[in-house]
Design a protein around this ligand. Structure first.
Ligand SMILES: [Fe+2]
Length: 236
């Protein structure tokens, strides 16, 4: 089953971690909670300018010096990124008939954690890296029970279309101005970093912890497996 949907029309990947990985998420949530407590006690409150409140961690890379809880999150996110890209290729009609393939992917990744309290928001923004193709990923480590609101809201990047809400297309839901995605513990979302998005306030008892990361695509190549191209076989 494909996890890829097309919005505006850009690809959006929505999936969830497997049962065993929930403990990875809760370990990381505990680590970030402790980090935020230490920062608070030391009088530090780190913001990146995109959130009005809440706690924003330092930036992380995959490395031997990075705490294992965070490297584990990167590993989960990169596995889903590979799946996302493979599904996009399979969904591309130009790839139909070209058989199974191996994907070689080299990325530059950077991640951070965010802890939000009820009422917190993130203003509209995009994610960029020095690489032309950048994918943004959000992994929800902890969403309070009974959380109302708090959706990630993706905006149609066609600003002209956004200002013309009420057209037949929008009414039919074929091409909307915004698409809201409700956060749930264990969910993972990946989308092109150039897609403008914000985060709406939520109501709940407790706080929400998310891990976000950017993947800049340094290089990507496909190699078709031995069965090769079924269409070519039919022709030749
Ligand atoms: Fe973002």
């Amino acid at each position: 089953m494909s996890n890829v949907n097309y919005l505006f029309p850009l690809p959006l990947y929505k999936s969830q971690v497997n049962t065993q990985q929930f403990s990875v998420l809760s370990n990381a949530a505990e680590y970030f909670t402790e980090q935020s407590r230490e920062h608070f006690l030391n009088g530090l409150n780190i913001h990146n300018g995109q959130s009005n409140t809440g706690w924003h961690s330092e930036f992380y890379r995959i490395s031997d010096e990075t705490p294992s809880q965070i490297n584990d999150l990167f590993h989960i996110a990169s596995t889903h990124l590979r799946e996302f890209i493979k599904q996009i290729i399979r969904n591309d009609e130009r790839a139909i008939g070209f058989g199974d393939f191996d994907l070689s992917l080299e990325t530059h990744e950077m991640g951070w954690a965010i802890i939000n309290l009820p009422g917190d928001v993130a203003f509209s923004h995009i994610h960029t890296t020095i690489y032309r193709d950048t994918y943004a990923c959000v992994l929800y480590l902890q969403v309070p029970d009974g959380c109302k609101g708090g959706e990630l809201r993706l905006a149609n990047p066609d600003i002209g279309f956004r200002s013309s809400i009420g057209t037949t297309m929008a009414q039919l839901g074929l091409c909307t101005t915004y698409r809201k995605i409700k956060p749930e513990t264990g969910n993972i979302l990946i989308f092109p970093g150039t897609l403008p998005h914000d985060v709406l306030p939520f109501e709940a008892k407790g706080h929400r912890i998310a891990f976000a990361c950017n993947f800049g695509i340094k290089s990507m190549s496909l190699s078709y497996l031995k069965d090769g191209c079924s269409i070519c076989k039919q022709i030749y």
